[in-house]
Design a protein. Sequence first.
Length: 153
Amino acid sequence: MQRNVDSKLSSQSELWLKDFIDVYQTLSTKNLGLLETIYHKEVTFIDPIHQIEGLDNLHRYFQHLYENLSSCDFVIEHVISQEKEAAIYWQMSYQHPKLNKGKIVEVQGSSHIKSQEDKIIYHRDYLDLGAMLYEQLPVFGQLTKWIKTRAAN
């Protein structure tokens, strides 16, 4: 899938987007310094649980996040871009020793990103927090799945 994304991002004006995709598909605790190459120092990062302002705070957030994971991988599946912003559709696979009995969890999500000065100034993630977290907890997971089933009927 990565090759298809690369072929669509060949123009110089979208180099910031290609860099973002490349970094996210290789990000780990060992290379969090790469965040500085793609994010603006005044970045706003939003996910279903947090809103983070500034590159230093974002770096600390990622450091804490990755410290608790056994593994975390992103596969970029589709990108829609226009000028200085993009929608990115991805699949995250992660492993946490206390969630899903330590087995890999896969979550679909998307990100809306905007660039300024060829770096990401705004990043908002959209994902099913229940699928990512709540459903992976022993008792709460069963309750969350039951609620989803009842709501669907």
